[in-house]
Design a protein. Structure first.
Length: 466
């Protein structure tokens, strides 16, 4: 990769902006966010017990989701108005504050507040990084950038759980939060000087404002609450849960048309289809992944470490797929790469479902399936990001990024809740093959809908072929 970009400033400006340091800083930021998410999932049971907060355990994750979804929309508005540099710097600072608030918690409510602040930061940083790539890198360089980003996302899955467990037992659960601060400081040191120069350029050479109406913040808040309600309703099967789920669905029906591109709920071609595919595939993959280790432990009798290794295998597949989509030798249009990735996810889910339904099937089929599923996610997630950039005006990259990432988070939360409800309904009967088989088959059906939706995207050229 070229180490420096063309001068982003005028002819008498300082030296060119370094794309190398920008790349390192963005990737380090992603590693910090991903490590924190994995580490918190490992350490949260200990932290909740120490703070006598088991009764409100779920709120540490639900409020993170609410903060993330709201900030995703808000950051898209700001990035379109002032560029990505200032929101990116603000996101790093907010993330550091959230880590300190959570790590210094003496009561559970403070830990939950810290998680909410971290969710706000995650939403800001996710959109800002996307827009930084859209505006800071040439079109042919973006596929490789997304392969770097994908690698940064999955890298903590290899080291996160054991490191988090070691920190928790050796120094205490607060260091799971404090331990991320040095990595965040490194990311800030790498990326902020470049972002400051980019911000100066944005002030002197602002992007022509978009003619589209910005997404209203009230709709962002309503959608975040709706998504959290659906997620909470899926955690338990009770009569009240139906009312909670209906309230969440109503909130989404009111808010989504104002947050998504026109025609999203009518399954229009182009950008609405791209965002729908992203949400469906994320929902199918994560809705199944939540139950893969449990299936291997309960039904097949594997040790927990071996069951968890399947997820690591999926991460390897994800990284491989992300790198392959960035290679010029892959002579496919971007929309066809998305369809190919969707088909790999469906095939992977069917492999895992076959091992669940029929215990005589070789247990390794789950690993094979998860390599395929991860490979498909690596290809499709990067490609939907690139397709969104191609289908969006420069002045609307922030709004498009927020819609895309909101759709992904919504799809993951919604279908994880649905798979959890299926599990809760069938598991008490004791028929494990039926329970896990139906869960995985249901997620395969979601992936099948994702394939159908990918065929509605339309022609999107591959940047590497231009």
């Amino acid at each position: 990769m070229t180490s420096t970009s063309r001068d982003l400033d005028s002819a008498d400006a300082a030296p060119p902006v370094s794309r190398r340091t920008l790349t390192i800083g963005l990737c380090a930021s992603i590693v910090a966010i991903a490590f924190e998410a994995i580490a918190v999932a490992t350490a949260m049971p200990v932290a909740a017990a120490a703070l006598h907060g088991i009764g409100v355990y779920a709120w540490a994750f639900s409020l993170f989701l609410i903060g993330q979804l709201f900030a995703t929309i808000a950051a898209g508005r700001v990035a379109d108005r002032v560029g990505p540099s200032r929101p990116m710097i603000a996101g790093l600072l907010v993330f550091a504050v959230g880590l300190v608030v959570a790590g210094s918690a003496q009561q559970m409510w403070q830990l939950i507040a810290g998680r909410f602040i971290q969710g706000l930061a995650g939403g800001i940083l996710g959109v800002s990084i996307y827009v930084c790539i859209a505006r800071g890198f040439e079109e042919r360089q973006r596929p490789r950038m997304f392969s770097y980003i994908s690698t940064a996302w999955v890298l903590p899955s290899f080291v996160g759980p054991p490191v988090a467990a070691w920190l928790t037992h050796r120094f205490g659960w607060p260091w799971v939060f404090f331990g991320v601060l040095p990595l965040l400081a490194f990311a800030a040191a790498m990326v902020i000087p470049t972002l400051v120069r980019m911000a100066r350029t944005e002030l002197r050479e602002p992007v022509e404002p978009s003619t589209a109406r910005p997404a209203p913040l009230w709709a962002a808040g309503l959608a975040a609450v709706g998504a959290a309600l659906i997620q909470l309703a899926g955690q338990r099967l009770q009569p009240l849960s139906i009312l909670v789920a209906l309230a969440g669905a109503a909130a989404l029906l009111v808010s989504l048309p104002r947050l998504m591109p026109p025609g999203f709920l009518r399954f229009h071609t182009g950008l609405p289809a791209v965002i729908a595919v992203r949400g469906l595939l994320a929902g199918a993959f994560f809705g199944a992944e939540a139950f893969i280790p449990l299936m291997l432990v309960e039904q097949r009798g594997l040790a927990l470490v071996l069951a968890g290794a399947v997820l690591t295998i999926g991460a390897v597949g994800w990284t491989t797929g992300s790198w392959i989509q960035s290679r010029p030798t892959l002579a496919l249009r971007r929309d066809r790469i998305i369809t190919l990735g969707s088909a790999c996810i469906l095939l992977g889910l069917l492999c895992a479902a076959s091992a669940a339904f029929w215990p005589a099937v070789w247990v390794g089929m789950v690993g094979v399936g998860w390599i395929l599923g991860g490979f498909g996610m690596g290809m499709s997630i990067a490609s939907t990001s690139l397709a969104t950039m191609s289908l969006s005006a420069v002045s609307e990259q922030g709004r498009s990024a927020s819609s895309l990432q909101f759709g992904e988070a919504l799809g993951a939360g919604l279908f994880v809740g649905i798979s959890g409800s299926i599990f809760a309904a069938l598991h008490p009967g004791g028929n494990l093959p039926l329970t896990f088989g139906v869960v995985l088959t249901a997620m395969a059906a979601v992936a099948l809908v994702g394939i159908a939706m990918s065929l509605r995207i339309g022609r999107v050229a591959n940047e590497l072929a231009r």
